[in-house]
Design a protein around this ligand. Structure first.
Ligand code: CUA
Length: 256
């Protein structure tokens, strides 16, 4: 009776803990999917952990003074039960994980040809090198080079975002944990990640693959803003670029 009460109390406190640990709203579709899966697996893992621990503690307390232990008897029904139960749990874990990992926001298998800039899709190329990032917007001829804390890329909330990740030298990795984005940066190859429904804010990104001496300096920032601010930023950058070009043309003309 005491053991039953103990088990019930443990289960209830676990349920309260899970409710308290519920994470805040997600910052992107990718992060949303990943966090949801984590929670599902937690809900499965917690009762199993508790059950095992309760049985363990019960057995230790109940049999600690048993000097003449008897071997356990075969119990076919019990064995079938735990085999079938385990199979169901593993099946659930497999199906739930596959559903998330096969989602384009987590594993994008498409390429550049699926990006439709005219429909508002945002296309960014992230080129890693030892040791930094060159971020560019190919459709707008904008390149953001970094200094200090690395480059800052601007993204509009609400649009589909495509980021092509590549490397100029060794293997790096593009990682923005809070947005649920991660992709290896391979030399001579561009792999795309896709996400959408970003939440406004500033997000830290960094290189997540050891790549040499200054690996830990490979930071960048992702700034998510509303559509108007983004459009204005793109316009400002384009203007700044053409002003630069005009200036260098003048210099060229003057020296000619
Ligand atoms: Cu680049 Cu680590």
């Amino acid at each position: 009776m005491n053991a039953k009460r103990f088990a019930l109390a443990s289960l209830l406190s676990a349920a309260v803990l899970v409710l308290l640990a519920d994470p805040v709203a997600a910052q992107s579709t990718s992060a949303d999917l990943i966090n949801e899966l984590n929670n599902k697996l937690l809900y499965i893992a917690l009762p199993i952990t508790l059950l095992v621990e309760v049985i363990l503690i019960y057995a230790v307390l109940k049999f600690k003074d048993n000097d003449e232990p008897k071997p356990t008897k075969e119990n076919r029904r019990l064995e079938i039960t735990w085999t079938v139960a385990t199979a169901f749990i593993l099946l659930f874990v497999g199906v739930a994980s596959y559903g998330v990992m096969a989602d384009p926001s987590v594993t994008f298998t498409g390429g550049e040809d699926e990006i439709a800039p005219n429909d508002g899709d945002v296309h960014i190329e992230a080129q890693a090198y030892q040791w930094g990032w060159t971020m560019s917007y190919p459709e707008h001829d904008i390149t953001v080079e970094g200094s200090g804390d690395g480059p800052t890329i601007m993204l509009p909330e609400g649009q589909d975002i495509y980021i092509g990740v590549g490397s100029r030298d060794v293997i790096h990795a593009f990682h923005v944990p809070d947005l649920g984005l991660k992709m290896d940066a391979l030399p001579n190859d561009v792999q795309y990640i896709q996400t959408s429904d970003l939440e406004e804010g500033s997000y830290q990104g960094y290189c997540a693959e050891y790549c040499g001496l200054a690996h830990s300096n490979m930071y960048f920032t992702v700034e998510v803003v509303d559509q108007d601010t983004y459009d204005q930023w793109i316009a400002d950058q384009t203007e700044a670029d053409s002003a630069d070009n005009a200036a260098s043309n003048e210099t060229a003309n003057a020296s000619a």
